[in-house]
Write a protein that binds this ligand. Structure first.
Ligand SMILES: Nc1ncnc2c1ncn2[C@@H]1O[C@H](COP(=O)(O)OP(=O)(O)O)[C@@H](O)[C@H]1O
Ligand SMILES: [Mg+2]
Length: 375
């Protein structure tokens, strides 16, 4: 359907194989597909003109990764745990080892994607970095400075998070310009008048218009609301943005546009992104490097192309083979969909995480050496 009218109908296989109307073609080509990102760094999605069905030219992208000086983010042997206590004695009975011995670094202007199934510890990693959870052990450095020594306010000026549900992240009673201005006022950085002016400028930065500032969140679509959350995250001019499933819930064509906006902002503002997602096709487009998490640990990491075209760890292989393909003619090809039950990260209180060894298979492409029960 397009603008209230049925414009095309037919057998599923015909519509998918040979869409007749430009709009149908545009819709189908907007679905992110694995293996379409080509080589090199991030690649914006082609935007398809819904009227003509033609792809608009994708602007070329400058190299954004800046490796001079200390890295934007350095994470070393980071662990995050949750205690499970007896309701009677309040004694610790067990612990959730949500994040275990995780190490990686991120340069200014670089995107590292963290992928893996639900429950593998992606969000906890993001929350530890944003200071929303406290680490059990390990170190986090931003621009060479240990985060433990930061005051809360200093950390939020350098690291901001964007979440999956923009509606839940916005106060329904604040106009969007007040919502975007709020962090500037909380930190006492601007007068209310200047903060609102900056908020309207930020609306322009994220592809909305300044005069939308006086409206309320419910007056916007999901994609626009996510743009508003991005604008608010940018208000404090952080160097690092952690996007936790930030585009996962958006409609395909809107998802492509928000991903392109993030790439555009990265190029203009030299932002570093930690892009948490279970959507491998989007990750393939947006990231420079990928880290694959399983049961709280990183089992494989490397340049995006190396991990996608030459996955080494059995878990990475299963993850990639489970990516859905939008093609009904392949529906009956039974792929090995089950990754098996994700084992539980709940361990008894005396558990000591095993020491791990890693192997570098090509420059920067590092794989955890695995045991026999994966075969
Ligand atoms: N506040 C919490 N208390 C106890 N366990 C938690 C808490 N938050 C997350 N967990 C557990 O930690 C593990 C990792 O969760 P999470 O980081 O949310 O994974 P992901 O984002 O990859 O889905 C899961 O087993 C989850 O149940
Ligand atoms: Mg999560």
């Amino acid at each position: 359907m397009y603008r209230g009218d049925q414009i095309e109908a037919g057998a599923t296989s015909d519509v998918f194989a040979a869409p007749k109307r430009p709009y149908t073609r545009a819709l189908l080509s907007a679905v992110p597909q694995l293996g379409s990102a080509g080589e090199g760094g991030p690649r914006p999605f082609p935007i398809i003109d819904m009227e003509t069905g033609l792809a608009l030219p994708v602007p070329s992208r400058a190299d954004t990764v800046d490796t001079s000086g200390p890295p934007l983010l350095e994470v070393e042997k980071l662990s995050g745990r949750f205690e499970i206590r007896s309701p009677y004695t309040r004694m610790v009975q067990a612990r959730v080892h949500a994040v275990e011995n995780v190490s990686f670094s991120l340069a200014r202007g670089e995107t590292l994607a963290i992928v893996g199934e639900s429950g593998c510890g992606k969000s906890t990693t993001g929350r530890l970095l944003a200071g929303l959870n406290s680490p059990h052990s390990g170190s986090i450095r931003i621009n060479g400075n240990e985060v433990k020594s930061f005051r809360r306010a200093d950390l939020s000026r350098q690291v901001q998070m964007i979440f999956q549900d923009p509606f839940a992240s916005l106060n329904p009673r604040l106009t969007v310009e007040n919502a975007i201005a709020e962090p500037l006022l909380i930190h006492g950085l601007e007068t209310p008048r200047n903060a609102r002016k900056l908020a309207r400028d930020l609306l322009g930065e994220v592809g909305l218009s300044a005069d939308m500032g006086s409206r309320y969140p419910h007056e916007f679509s999901g994609g626009q609301r996510q743009r508003i959350c991005i604008a608010r995250a940018l208000a404090l001019e952080p160097g690092l943005i952690i996007a936790d499933e930030a585009v996962s819930a958006l409609d395909v064509s809107v998802k492509a546009q928000v991903v392109n906006l993030m790439l555009d902002l990265q190029e203009r503002l030299k932002l570093g992104f930690l892009f948490i997602s279970h959507d491998m096709a989007v990750v393939e487009r947006i990231s420079h490097r990928v880290a694959v998490m399983y049961l709280g640990e990183i089992v494989e990491t490397g340049p995006r192309e190396a991990v996608f075209s030459n996955p080494q760890h059995p878990y990475t292989r299963r993850l990639l083979s489970a990516v859905p393909v939008p093609d009904p003619s392949r529906r009956r090809l039974r792929r090995k969909l089950t990754i098996g039950e994700l084992k539980s990260p709940i361990r008894n209180k005396d558990f000591n995480p095993p020491a791990r060894t890693y192997q570098e298979v090509s420059p920067g492409h590092v794989v955890q050496v695995w045991s026999g029960d994966w075969s």
